[in-house]
Design a protein around this ligand. Structure first.
Ligand code: CUA
Length: 318
């Protein structure tokens, strides 16, 4: 069975090493179901016709029982069910046990995006992986239950707050695959999308990882705001703070730089470097009037240089 085969009528294309075995069991169960449905419905129709009430035919007493028939229609289904269990259990064990040498990526689900953290600390909103190697996802959630689902890999598992769930896959060929959230998690559940990007080779993947790792450091000072824009989009600022003046879960970023913001409980604060920094590392310190204190801290999650880049970006939005 070829991994890159095109989507069939029922199922998307198979793009992982385990997709074939999942589809095999799925198809077997489906066709066994269809076979028995047709068989039983046909026999029902035949008997209905053959033994219908009509003049000259009196009802016959039912035979007591037929041992041979009953044993047959018990043993055959039992064997089929045991076989389905065996195939399913084997596949389940395989999918539940990541190989020891797997490449590990941390996954964080949050309302409403996925974040993938690589061993060198790079955080990206897409899942980049090398081809032909097992990849282990260690998943958790920041808020509610999400579920990371890659149909073309035939893998899906919940990301649950307060615990770690694991799943793994191996993608033999370079390409892009859609990631969905498969657990209804609120307003933008259907927009909680990301891509798996399977690179062409291990060295190409390593190059991408190294570039992503020092992206901010490589920007000249006058371009630092571009790094801030990228962080704004990637690290979850966007989900609550608009840049077009509309008010979201948090205040908009448009036109606030250098202006005083009224605070909850009275008083005001001017949006400058120190205010922005404080709002990122200690979001509960000053809450803008009219908003709830719901922002999580980014202390330890954003480097100083990244905070500076975000500050530069905010200045641009004035
Ligand atoms: Cu996250 Cu649905």
């Amino acid at each position: 069975m070829s991994y890159g085969s095109l989507a069939g009528f029922w199922l998307p294309r198979q793009a992982s090493t385990t997709a074939g075995s999942v589809d095999f069991v799925f198809n077997a169960v489906t066709w066994i179901g269809i076979t028995f449905f047709v068989l039983i419905t046909a026999m029902l129709a035949v008997f209905l016709w053959k033994y219908r009430a009509r003049p000259g035919h009196a009802a016959q007493p039912s035979p007591d029982h037929n041992q041979r028939l009953e044993v047959t229609w018990t043993v055959i289904p039992v064997l089929i069910v045991v076989w389905i269990f065996w195939e399913g259990f084997e596949g389940f064990l395989d999918l539940a046990t990541p190989p020891k040498n797997a490449y590990e990526v941390q996954v964080l689900g949050q309302k409403w995006k996925w974040l993938f953290t690589y061993p060198n600390g790079v955080v990206d909103e897409n899942l980049h992986v090398p081809p032909g190697e097992p990849v282990r996802l260690v998943m958790t959630s920041q808020d509610v239950i999400h579920s990371l689902y890659v149909p073309e890999f035939r893998i899906k598992r919940d990301a649950v707050p307060g615990r770690y769930e694991k799943q793994w896959f191996q993608a033999p060929e370079a390409g892009e695959h859609q990631i969905f959230c498969a657990e209804y998690c609120g307003t933008s559940h259907s927009a909680m999308l990301a891509k798996v990007i399977v690179h062409r080779s291990r060295p190409e993947f390593e190059r991408w990882l190294a570039d992503a790792g020092n992206f901010i450091d490589k920007l000249p000072p006058e371009k630092l705001w571009e790094g801030g824009e990228k962080l704004y989009n990637q690290r979850g600022c966007k989900q609550c703070h608009s840049i077009d003046g509309t008010s979201g879960i948090g205040p908009t970023f448009k036109g606030i730089w250098g202006h005083a913001q009224p605070l909850r409980g009275g008083g005001s604060a001017t949006v400058d470097e120190n205010y922005v920094r404080e709002s990122i590392v200690d979001p509960q310190a000053k809450i803008v009037a009219g908003y709830e204190p719901v922002m999580p801290t980014f202390q330890g999650r954003l480097k100083d240089k990244e905070i500076t880049a975000l500050i530069e970006y905010l200045k641009k939005l004035d």
